[in-house]
Design a binder for this molecule. Structure first.
Ligand SMILES: [Zn+2]
Length: 314
């Protein structure tokens, strides 16, 4: 039996869906500790193996080093797992760390979602690891404490149990044909929460599924300037991804160009995302070679120092 076509299909699906599954990946209330590394000096060792084993931030002043998809952070702060208007999900991942500016922004946004958008609050997914850096699973970005995923599912009106935070699934916002939002799931309050996030001056980009961008374009009333920050991206059917600019004074943080000031709502802007070849991509003829993981040597040099620093005292 020829199993190759199935393998090809699975591999291409894995490439396209790498970010799709994130909000849905379940965790465990009793995660198994990672096995110790045999050879810390192996030059091929993925930096994710090292950063993924750090439980606490480095005892150093706050520093953002490198780029969203290639860097690390010292002095990250944890978003408390329960707030008046937020709860952190998938606690087993220990990814509720970020630059203090992003932590403050998430608290503010949670409050706005509660007061202005009529949600009890927000559910917060992955932020960064305690020292940032590449992760063992999921994201290419989220490495410098300036990215956060927020579920497109309102926080329930009660405190979720540890187990629910690992097991609960977010609500799928995109219609089965992927050409628009699911009207049974999408509400004006979703727009209000995304708008509140985009209107924060320090937010540089927000990533959502193209069907969600289309709905925002159709439904946004009044000031529409914020739409320019909301960019269509693969995945993001269940959550939106919020990215802030390099915080003031972070001279080692590598910034990203500002998105164009255009709303990005014209048929031409969205055409690519709704092409059949984008929605149903053909598997590649030659399966892509798995990329070797990013090594510590490929990260900015200061990340070695941050990795080697003692834990912050709790
Ligand atoms: Zn994300």
């Amino acid at each position: 039996m020829n199993r190759r076509p199935i393998l090809l299909l699975l591999m291409s699906a894995a490439v396209v869906c790498a970010t799709v599954a994130l909000a849905q990946d379940k965790g465990s209330v009793d995660p198994k500790p990672l096995p110790p590394l045999a050879n810390l000096n192996d030059p091929k060792l993925g930096a994710k193996e090292l950063f993924g084993r750090k439980v606490l931030p480095a005892a150093m002043r706050t520093r953002v080093i490198g780029f969203y998809a290639k860097g690390c952070i010292a002095g990250a702060e944890a978003l408390p797992i329960n707030g008046e208007s937020w709860q952190v999900m998938r606690l087993s991942r220990n990814r509720n760390w970020a630059h203090p500016d992003l932590v403050a922004l998430l608290k503010r946004l949670a409050d706005k979602a509660h007061k202005d958008a009529g949600w009890p609050g927000i559910l917060v997914g992955d932020m960064s690891q305690p020292r940032g850096g590449p992760m063992l699973t999921g994201h290419a970005s989220h490495q410098v404490g300036l990215d956060a995923d927020i579920w497109l599912t309102p926080m329930p009106n009660r405190q979720l149990s540890r187990n629910e935070r690992e097991e609960m699934s977010a609500i799928m916002m995109v219609r089965a044909d992927r050409l628009d939002i699911d009207p049974k799931a999408w509400t004006p309050n979703h727009l209000a929460v995304i708008r509140a996030a985009a209107q924060e001056p320090s937010v540089q980009r927000i990533f959502v599924n193209a069907a969600i961008k289309k709905a925002l374009c159709r439904e946004a009333k009044g000031d529409r300037n914020w739409l320019s920050k909301v960019r269509p991206m693969y995945g993001h059917d269940y959550h939106f991804h919020l990215r802030i600019k390099c915080p003031p004074g972070s001279s080692e943080c590598e910034s990203q160009p500002e998105p164009s000031a255009d709303e990005g709502c014209s048929a031409g802007d969205l055409a690519y995302w709704f092409k059949d070849s984008t929605i149903h991509p053909k598997p590649p003829k030659v399966p892509p070679k798995p990329k070797p993981p990013m090594t510590l040597a490929q990260l900015p040099a200061a990340c070695r120092q941050i990795l080697a620093a003692p834990d912050v005292r709790q």
